[in-house]
Design a protein around this ligand. Structure first.
Ligand SMILES: [Zn+2]
Length: 68
């Protein structure tokens, strides 16, 4: 069974762990739910991404900082 990867947040037609994907694969990957991803590298990178982006939630009452 082929591993299911998560799509990269920045690169087009690339997985989160750095593999290149075809246009068709890329589109299909976008439709996968998080739980369907079986590539551990993708999951690790995704979790790290979530941890980093969770922080701003606690600062809801403060004005948002300008994005760099
Ligand atoms: Zn992967």
């Amino acid at each position: 069974m082929r591993r299911r990867h998560m799509v990269s947040f920045k690169e087009h037609k690339q997985t989160l762990c750095g593999h290149s994907a075809t246009e068709q694969e890329f589109r299909r990957m976008k439709m996968f739910a998080d739980k369907d991803v079986t590539c551990k590298r993708c999951l690790n990178l995704y979790n790290a991404h979530l941890e980093r982006s969770e922080t701003p939630l606690e600062t809801n009452t403060h004005p948002l900082k300008a994005k760099a």
